[in-house]
Design a protein around this ligand. Structure first.
Ligand SMILES: [Fe+2]
Length: 58
């Protein structure tokens, strides 16, 4: 939540490098990071909040 834009963009680069395709940030991620993830993972950003469950497959 307190990470800088640069730090968040570095996380996105890391996610890209390790093959992360979908992200599901929650409120602790912070609005700034959710916005950046929304741009970088357009179409692959899942809404997440307490109680939400996801089925993961590979
Ligand atoms: Fe949270």
């Amino acid at each position: 939540m307190r990470s800088s834009k640069k730090e968040i963009e570095n996380i996105v680069k890391l996610f890209n490098r390790i093959g992360v395709e979908t992200v599901a940030p929650c409120h602790c991620t912070g609005k700034k990071a959710i916005g950046i993830f929304g741009e970088k993972f357009a179409g692959n950003l899942l809404e997440c909040c307490a109680g939400v469950t996801f089925e993961v497959s590979n």
